[in-house]
Write a new protein. Structure first.
Length: 81
């Protein structure tokens, strides 16, 4: 999953469609997986309050997009002093 739009990212995005956070877990991003699952399932469980459900839907869509565009590269800035 080294390149944006690769097959691995497409699979991760599809996993996020059906189970929010699973795509992040497949990519090895554990903290976003846990947070996404908790927020989305919690918001959908509170559907009768409307606002949490809308926020959960937005987070769900963001998770799908984020998994699809993940490039796996981390940037480390080193300063010479």
């Amino acid at each position: 999953m080294s390149q944006q739009g690769s097959a691995g990212n497409v699979i991760a995005a599809l996993c996020n469609v059906f189970f929010p956070g699973l795509g992040f877990l497949i990519q090895g991003r554990i903290l976003p997986a846990i947070l996404t699952a908790m927020l989305v399932f919690g918001g959908y469980a509170l559907w009768f309050l409307v606002v949490p459900a809308i926020l959960a839907g937005i987070i769900h869509l963001w998770a799908i997009y984020s998994a699809a565009t993940y490039n796996g590269e981390r940037v480390i800035v080193v300063r010479d002093e």
